[in-house]
Design a binder for this molecule. Structure first.
Ligand code: GLP
Length: 253
């Protein structure tokens, strides 16, 4: 099912697997059109299926990452790259170690940076030096965050050092042994950085995200729901499963 709402193209699939395939196809089209695509990538449970599909496509010879550059949205701080909960580890484990991308072209904020402000400025400069992001993949946090831009973040902000909300620490603690082990801070592209991407693909799955998806897509544009700013972006695709889209489907019917 496809729907349009304002500038959003909304693609709704009947399962997580088919949602993952749709996202992977959009990314593959981008790379097949422009071999030196600059991708913005996301972590979390949501995109894992799409990454698996991309790995399969590359193994089947249908995709070539050799000229692709990637910038990840965010990283906890402090966290060592060897920690299996770091986003650096996640990306290697779920994508980079299984495709023919040049590791030198994969960028993630340094979770052990001693000077976080310098690291944030350098990250923003690296994105600019790559001529910006062609396609930014996003998930969404339960409170509407994108990257680690928590509610009330300024829409104009670029890469920065942030304090995580208690609710985000709680939500992400499912991946750690306990909530105490979740770092309290992170380095994240700002909403301004994300908004500058030429194309945005937001993937939302699962009934638990139905309310926040509805608020982001159909609600007021407000810093209290960081993803709501995407209503103003000229090129956004929302790829959702029916569970995540159920409130939106009901209201747009
Ligand atoms: C983290 C990441 C976000 C991600 C969110 C949702 O907080 N910083 O980029 O979108 O988690 O994760 P999940 O897909 O596991 O629900």
């Amino acid at each position: 099912m496809e729907k349009r709402y304002r500038n959003f193209k909304i693609i709704i699939k009947d399962s997580y697997d088919n949602t993952s395939s749709a996202v992977a196809d959009i990314i593959a089209d981008c790379i097949n059109t422009k071999a030196n695509t600059v991708l913005g990538l996301a972590t979390g449970g949501t995109p894992v299926g799409a990454y698996k599909k991309l790995i399969e496509m590359q193994s089947a010879g249908k995709l070539d990452f050799s000229r692709v550059t990637c910038f990840n949205l965010d990283e906890y701080h402090p966290i060592a790259a060897t920690n299996d909960q770091s986003y650096k580890y996640f990306m290697k484990d779920n994508l980079f170690d299984h495709i023919n991308i040049d590791p030198a072209n994969t960028h993630i904020p340094d979770g052990m940076a001693a000077d976080v402000q310098t690291e944030c400025i350098a990250y923003e400069q690296k994105i600019a030096a790559a001529s910006g992001i062609d396609l930014q993949l996003l998930g969404i946090g339960m409170n509407g965050h994108i990257g680690f831009n928590e509610p009330a973040s300024a829409f104009s902000r670029v890469t920065n050092y942030v304090e995580l909300e208690a609710s985000t620490i709680e939500a992400n603690s499912r991946y750690f042994d306990s909530a105490d082990e979740v770092p309290k801070h992170a380095l994240t592209m700002g909403i301004g950085t994300i908004f500058a991407a030429r194309q945005i693909v937001m993937m939302i799955t699962g009934a638990a995200k139905a309310n926040i998806a509805e608020a982001a897509v159909l609600g007021n544009i407000t810093p209290q729901v960081p993803a709501s700013i995407l209503q103003l972006h000229p090129n956004v695709m929302l790829v959702m499963d029916g569970d995540a889209a159920k409130n939106i489907i009901a209201r747009l019917a």
